[in-house]
Ligand binder design. Structure first.
Ligand code: GLN
Length: 486
């Protein structure tokens, strides 16, 4: 199966047209969707229109960029003008955005072809995609299991080759954890590197958009296309974007030793033995490639989960106040008065997990509790950041498992939100600190389910993160395995 650069070569050599490639993917989607359910909307007409425009450029002898004609899937919480954007919620069932998000605008300008909008946990709240109000997506490696979440649709679509690459969003692990469960590459950028304009807000101080790919190189190409300063996002960083994909080399930087720190607190208790074994083996591979391995400690890492669930729910309670039946989407039809209309709209439009979080967050922000919960959590967030700062004085890259387990069975954790929350134990601290993290495939368990290793870099060191991930990928064959779908 082709990568971005291979498809690009085929296009410019006129061996295949963008329309042919697009049709092939649309057919594959049609064949696989009955069992996978990765997509909430397939955008066939728009895809063919975009592909035709690319073919016209090629026919006219114009130069095309790497992403031109490349089929891409978008998580359904990014606004696409004229195309439904539901966030996996009933409350936005009929919402058709009148504007385009910055990331998708950049992609269409680069000639990328949208094959569809992917399924997610409602408002990106969840770790299995089971909180979608519409459908449950299956894991391509075992259809009885979840793809992870909340960007489960994008991860499954990428793993199943329903698209070449996809976009997800990551607030506490929603790109990296599903990447790990589906055996693909998923990267959460430094906070502020990618514009959030047009991303439906969940927890604004944590949300970041990032790429999924089947290879590190594909993820690097997509990251380069979406990164960069955007005056429409007040938290956007004004920095130069490196040519991430061109910096990839099969070995580490030649002159300086790469120091890798394994985070002590993420090993041992609570970790599935197969995950621990695969990640330990991966660290040995990194060592054999010339890295110096250190064991480092992030003692406040373990407070990440409770801190996150105070802060993320607080921000969510504020962000989701806008769904009041007046401005967007659903409105309860028969309410007697305004207050009843708000209440009935929200009762009917939001699912159980979203309601739980709005209540938790409203509570944590309420007078009398604000200091004890919200303010305290902000302080702990600073301490977690300091843990990272300290270890980045000793090492260049951190490694740990992406998730404590491989993909679990659908329905296994739905009755127990706390055990579901534990899925993001190792990814959440990275969001709290605003750092970039990537999950790449590093093995399989005894049931043939993919395992991911997480690499974490210092702020804005996506270049190094991708280089190390690439060197590991080139030394191993995990990324070449395919789910048993065909
Ligand atoms: N699973 C976490 C949550 O439910 C992370 C979600 C995300 O990153 N969007 O909040």
């Amino acid at each position: 199966m082709a990568s971005i650069s291979e498809l690009h070569k085929q296009l410019i050599r006129k061996e295949r047209s963008a329309v042919e490639i697009t049709q092939e993917f649309l057919e594959r989607i049609q064949t696989l969707e009955p069992k996978l359910r990765s997509f909430l909307h397939v955008t066939a007409a728009k895809a063919l229109e975009q592909a035709k425009a690319v073919d016209a450029k090629i026919a006219a002898g114009e130069e095309i960029g790497l992403l031109a004609g490349i089929p891409i899937a978008i998580k359904d919480n990014m606004c696409t003008q004229g195309i439904p954007t539901t966030c996996g919620s009933k409350i936005l069932e009929n919402f058709i955005p009148p504007y385009e998000s910055t990331v998708t605008e950049k992609l269409w300008a680069a000639g990328a072809v949208i094959v569809g909008k992917t399924n997610l946990d409602e408002f990106a709240m969840g770790s299995s995609t089971e909180n979608s109000a519409y459908q449950v997506t299956a894991n391509p490696w075992d259809l009885q299991r979840v793809p992870g979440g909340s960007s489960g649709g994008s991860a499954a679509a990428t793993a199943a080759r329903e698209c070449i690459v996809a976009l997800g969003s990551d607030t506490g692990g929603s790109i990296r954890q599903p990447a790990s469960f589906c055996g693909v590459v998923g990267l959460k950028p430094t906070y502020g590197l990618v514009s959030r304009y047009g991303l439906v807000a969940y927890a604004s101080s944590l949300d970041q958009i990032g790429p999924f790919g089947r290879t590190v190189e594909d993820a690097a190409v997509l990251l380069k296309a979406i990164a960069g300063y955007d005056p429409k996002d007040s938290t956007s960083l004004n920095v130069t974007i490196p040519e991430y994909d061109k910096l990839l080399k099969p070995s580490f930087r030649p002159r300086s030793v790469l120091r890798i720190g394994a985070i002590k607190e993420t090993f041992g208790q609570g970790l599935e033995p197969a995950v621990e074994a695969a990640v330990t083996k991966a660290i040995e591979v990194l060592q054999s490639l010339g890295a110096e391995i250190h064991v480092v400690s992030c003692p406040r890492f373990r407070y990440g989960l409770p801190t996150y669930y105070v802060l993320a729910t607080s921000e969510a309670s504020a962000n989701l106040a806008r769904y009041d039946g007046v401005k967007y989407g659903l409105r309860a039809p028969d309410a007697d008065n305004l207050v009843a209309m708000y209440g009935e709209t929200r009762a009917a439009g939001f699912g159980a997990e979203v309601k739980r979080r709005i209540m938790l967050g409203t509570y944590a922000l309420s007078a009398g509790y604000y200091d004890a919960y919200y303010l305290k959590a902000q302080k702990v967030r600073t301490l977690i950041k300091q843990d990272f700062q300290r270890v980045f004085e000793q090492v260049d890259i951190l490694v740990c498992p992406t998730a404590p387990s491989t993909a679990f069975k659908a329905g296994e954790k739905t009755a127990d939100p706390l055990s579901m929350y534990l899925s993001d134990l190792m990814t959440i601290p990275v969001n709290l600190a605003g750092l970039p993290g990537i999950s790449i495939p590093c093995g399989f368990d005894e049931q043939g389910l993919p395992i991911g290793i997480q690499l974490i870099a210092n702020n804005l060191r996506e270049d190094l993160l991708l280089q190390v991930a690439y060197a590991y990928e080139q030394a191993t064959e995990w990324h070449l395995q395919r789910p048993p779908l065909d």
